[in-house]
Design a protein around this ligand. Sequence first.
Ligand code: ADP
Ligand code: ASP
Ligand code: MG
Length: 595
Amino acid sequence: MSLIVQKFGGTSVADVEKIQAAARKAIRAQRQGHEVVMVVSAMGKNTDALLGLAGEICDHPPAREMDMLLSTGEQVSVALVAMAIHALGAKAVSLTGGQIGMKTDNSFSKARIQSISTERIQGLLSDGNIVVAAGFQGIDDDLNITTLGRGGSDTTAVALAAVLGADACEIYTDVDGVYTTDPRLLPEARRVDVISYDEMLELASLGAGVMHSRSIEFAKKFGVPIHVRSSFSDTEGTMIVAEAESQTQPVSGAAMTPDEARVTVIGVPDVPGKSQQIFSAIAACKIAVDMVVQNVGKSGRANVSFTVPSGELEATLAAVQAVMEAVGADSITHDDQVSKVSVVGSNMATQTSVASRMFRALANAGVNIHMITTSEIKISTLVPKSQAAIALRAVHEAFDLHQRPQDAQSWSEIKKDRGDKADVDTLVSRLRDDALEALTLTGISITDKQARVTLHGVPDEPGIAADMFETIGAAGIFIDMIVQGYDGDGGSTSVSFTVDDTALQASLEVAQTILEKHNMRDVQGGKEIAKVTVSGIGLRSHTHVATMLFQQLAEDAINVEMINTSELQVNAVIDAKRADDAAEDLKRAFADSLL
Ligand code: ADP
Ligand code: ASP
Ligand code: MG
């Protein structure tokens, strides 16, 4: 018999009528011959209301008590949904996270799933019940109630679908699928038929709140197809699967994170190990750092800039302050009036001018780009918060995201193409089932024969990045990584990019003309560098990955010249002569996580 997991989000169980409608959907699926497991969120905005109550009682509620409190929201809704099913004449049993054996670690409010016991659920299903499981919650080894983080019911649902070997995982929500960007922000956004795990992972971690990003990590690891669809209609939604919708379209979605903060540590001694001290202090607080940019400034001192969610700014500053003396840095600056606007697309890596097209769109909209980082399938820019909405619209339009790509494939076409090929990745058989959410690395590799070009004293004004990268593109130079961050002196920025080493001379010549045109300070080129790439699943949500990488390179006395992080890869640019040592030592350091 086939098994379906159906997840209903907060708005989909917001009142009695909606609870009854959700119950009817589950009963219908059961009557069609499926076994049904429902995963339910707290009603409406109940989680927010509980958070508000806690905030009225104390500023910093103990994390354990917070999870105890927040988990009650889901407990209310599972009971009501089970009652609704009974009232409609079918059998249902509601279960809390503890009762479904959802074992997690003990990091309250960000707990990770370790294992799920399926026996009880399977027994109840065999007896003809619809199982109604509470989303978002689990228990740790000491039977404390934990929660997975805001939006975590998606992760409960996909994890259950994975361990139960479900045939389908349906995410019922208040939109009828995944859009090219949040349709609430941009009404012209287009619903896509299909989106790949990799694209959805990046979009979710860059602000597309429609799916909890960790749920996509599960889906990708275990090959679970996800169907995101509306609770209020029966129309087909969006399939999240291994394949992308188009083979040619450079960008398939855009996302915005409104509340970001930029932190710059000024005057960090430019010796191996210093960044590592800063980032391990932050990682110890389980704060995910993004857009890391390190610029070597004057007299052998570097400025390290990065972004964190603005809600984590206070904790981040405290963590950095605590190590300032040990690091030997001069000072810290920060800006919490910034937003991150990103584009994502799995065909980006093989196409030229994608970055300059984005920068031009922002320049034409008068948006100033403070920071830039790129990785194989995403480009992120940090922009003034007041311009974030304009910026999102500009990039959405620049990549024609409102239009269906000409070569777009529907889910049924993709399924036909798959033929007899197994859906489930071979990854699964090699994963440990007691550490479901553990970091999973698929490879550590080196790309050598790279070169780096850095421009210092780049004016922090609209249009500069667009002009730079258009000029470079016009010269036929193919760029891999781009980072832009603060110089730390007088509001100017530095821009570094990597090219194939055969293109270094040509790149330096172009850079020189750009420098003269915009009155920049200087240009430097570095040859004989290599890129070390760590690939896998969970690279960003496991905050220790970048730290361990920095630590290992520091132990080997290898300086990191540039770094970028995404959901799929962490790349570090280092001295080519040390690349083999680095790769070997990293393989040793990450042996536990490497498949
Ligand atoms: P639920 O309570 O069902 O989990 P969420 O509020 O978490 O629902 O997620 C659905 C919301 O996600 C939508 O209402 C929409 O505003 C927002 N969203 C953000 N980005 C996207 C996107 N790319 N596609 C669809 N919805 C998006
Ligand atoms: N109720 C939780 C939240 O609001 C979990 C969820 O809805 O996914 O974040
Ligand atoms: Mg949600």
